[in-house]
Design a binder for this molecule. Structure first.
Ligand code: 5GP
Ligand code: ZN
Length: 116
Protein backbone atom coordinates (compact mmCIF):
# COMPACT_ATOMS: atom_id res chain seq x y z
CA UNK A 1 0.00 0.00 0.00
CA UNK A 2 1.30 3.44 -0.82
CA UNK A 3 0.68 6.34 1.51
CA UNK A 4 -1.62 7.87 -1.12
CA UNK A 5 -3.88 4.81 -0.73
CA UNK A 6 -3.92 4.95 3.05
CA UNK A 7 -7.23 6.06 4.53
CA UNK A 8 -5.72 7.69 7.61
CA UNK A 9 -2.98 9.45 5.61
CA UNK A 10 -5.79 10.88 3.51
CA UNK A 11 -7.54 12.09 6.67
CA UNK A 12 -4.27 13.73 7.79
CA UNK A 13 -4.02 15.38 4.36
CA UNK A 14 -7.60 16.69 4.66
CA UNK A 15 -8.73 14.68 1.64
CA UNK A 16 -11.30 12.75 3.69
CA UNK A 17 -13.34 14.56 6.35
CA UNK A 18 -13.11 13.54 9.99
CA UNK A 19 -14.35 14.92 13.29
CA UNK A 20 -11.06 16.02 14.82
CA UNK A 21 -11.01 16.27 18.63
CA UNK A 22 -7.31 16.92 19.21
CA UNK A 23 -4.26 17.72 17.14
CA UNK A 24 -0.58 18.26 17.76
CA UNK A 25 2.25 18.88 15.34
CA UNK A 26 2.77 15.15 14.89
CA UNK A 27 -0.47 13.47 16.05
CA UNK A 28 -4.17 13.62 15.21
CA UNK A 29 -7.25 12.41 17.11
CA UNK A 30 -10.65 12.01 15.48
CA UNK A 31 -13.92 10.19 16.19
CA UNK A 32 -14.34 6.67 14.86
CA UNK A 33 -16.88 6.59 12.03
CA UNK A 34 -18.59 3.55 13.60
CA UNK A 35 -18.34 4.15 17.36
CA UNK A 36 -18.51 1.13 19.66
CA UNK A 37 -18.80 3.22 22.83
CA UNK A 38 -19.96 6.77 23.71
CA UNK A 39 -16.30 7.78 23.55
CA UNK A 40 -14.56 6.13 20.61
CA UNK A 41 -11.68 8.21 19.35
CA UNK A 42 -8.78 7.14 17.12
CA UNK A 43 -5.35 8.63 17.81
CA UNK A 44 -2.73 8.39 15.08
CA UNK A 45 0.74 9.62 14.25
CA UNK A 46 0.49 11.91 11.23
CA UNK A 47 3.46 10.06 9.74
CA UNK A 48 2.60 6.68 8.25
CA UNK A 49 3.52 3.51 10.16
CA UNK A 50 1.67 0.32 9.37
CA UNK A 51 1.02 -0.60 12.99
CA UNK A 52 2.02 0.25 16.54
CA UNK A 53 4.83 -2.31 16.54
CA UNK A 54 6.64 -0.63 13.65
CA UNK A 55 5.85 2.80 15.09
CA UNK A 56 7.27 1.91 18.50
CA UNK A 57 10.40 0.23 17.14
CA UNK A 58 11.16 2.81 14.43
CA UNK A 59 10.10 5.97 16.31
CA UNK A 60 9.55 5.45 20.04
CA UNK A 61 9.40 9.19 20.69
CA UNK A 62 6.47 9.49 18.32
CA UNK A 63 4.80 6.48 19.93
CA UNK A 64 5.10 8.37 23.21
CA UNK A 65 3.51 11.43 21.65
CA UNK A 66 0.59 9.30 20.49
CA UNK A 67 0.11 8.15 24.09
CA UNK A 68 0.29 11.76 25.25
CA UNK A 69 -2.53 12.63 22.87
CA UNK A 70 -4.46 9.58 24.12
CA UNK A 71 -4.22 11.02 27.65
CA UNK A 72 -5.31 14.47 26.46
CA UNK A 73 -8.31 12.97 24.65
CA UNK A 74 -9.32 10.92 27.70
CA UNK A 75 -9.19 14.04 29.84
CA UNK A 76 -11.20 16.09 27.35
CA UNK A 77 -13.79 13.31 27.02
CA UNK A 78 -14.15 13.13 30.80
CA UNK A 79 -13.38 9.41 31.06
CA UNK A 80 -10.21 9.53 33.16
CA UNK A 81 -11.90 8.97 36.52
CA UNK A 82 -14.34 6.31 35.39
CA UNK A 83 -11.81 4.41 33.31
CA UNK A 84 -11.21 3.89 29.63
CA UNK A 85 -9.59 1.38 27.32
CA UNK A 86 -6.78 1.90 24.80
CA UNK A 87 -6.45 -0.68 22.04
CA UNK A 88 -3.93 -1.01 19.23
CA UNK A 89 -5.10 -3.80 16.95
CA UNK A 90 -1.94 -5.12 15.34
CA UNK A 91 -2.38 -7.50 12.43
CA UNK A 92 -5.35 -8.59 10.35
CA UNK A 93 -5.76 -11.76 12.41
CA UNK A 94 -6.75 -9.69 15.47
CA UNK A 95 -8.98 -7.29 13.56
CA UNK A 96 -6.73 -4.55 12.23
CA UNK A 97 -8.42 -3.21 9.10
CA UNK A 98 -6.61 0.10 8.59
CA UNK A 99 -2.87 -0.35 8.30
CA UNK A 100 -1.85 3.02 9.67
CA UNK A 101 -1.02 2.78 13.38
CA UNK A 102 -3.91 3.93 15.53
CA UNK A 103 -5.01 3.78 19.15
CA UNK A 104 -8.68 3.22 19.88
CA UNK A 105 -9.70 5.24 22.96
CA UNK A 106 -12.93 3.72 24.28
CA UNK A 107 -14.96 4.87 27.25
CA UNK A 108 -18.25 6.05 28.62
CA UNK A 109 -19.73 2.59 29.08
CA UNK A 110 -19.16 -0.44 31.30
CA UNK A 111 -16.56 -2.64 29.64
CA UNK A 112 -16.23 -5.84 31.58
CA UNK A 113 -16.04 -7.94 28.43
CA UNK A 114 -14.65 -7.62 24.96
CA UNK A 115 -15.01 -4.26 23.30
CA UNK A 116 -12.72 -3.63 20.42
P1 5GP B 1 -9.00 -1.35 13.21
O1 5GP B 1 -10.04 -2.40 12.97
O2 5GP B 1 -8.02 -1.26 12.05
O3 5GP B 1 -8.30 -1.47 14.54
O4 5GP B 1 -9.78 0.02 13.32
C1 5GP B 1 -10.09 0.83 12.22
C2 5GP B 1 -11.19 1.75 12.66
O5 5GP B 1 -11.30 2.78 11.70
C3 5GP B 1 -12.56 1.09 12.77
O6 5GP B 1 -13.05 1.19 14.11
C4 5GP B 1 -13.42 1.86 11.77
O7 5GP B 1 -14.75 2.09 12.23
C5 5GP B 1 -12.65 3.15 11.61
N1 5GP B 1 -12.83 3.79 10.31
C6 5GP B 1 -12.84 3.17 9.10
N2 5GP B 1 -12.99 4.07 8.12
C7 5GP B 1 -13.07 5.28 8.73
C8 5GP B 1 -13.26 6.62 8.22
O8 5GP B 1 -13.33 6.87 7.01
N3 5GP B 1 -13.30 7.61 9.13
C9 5GP B 1 -13.22 7.37 10.48
N4 5GP B 1 -13.30 8.43 11.29
N5 5GP B 1 -13.04 6.13 10.99
C10 5GP B 1 -12.98 5.11 10.12
ZN1 ZN C 1 -1.10 6.11 6.45
Amino acid sequence: MTVADCLFCRIVAGEIPATVVAETERTLAFRDIAPKAPTHVLVIPKEHYADVASLASDNPALAGEVLGTVADVATAEGVVGEGFRVIFNTGASVGQTVFHAHAHVLGGVDMDGDLT
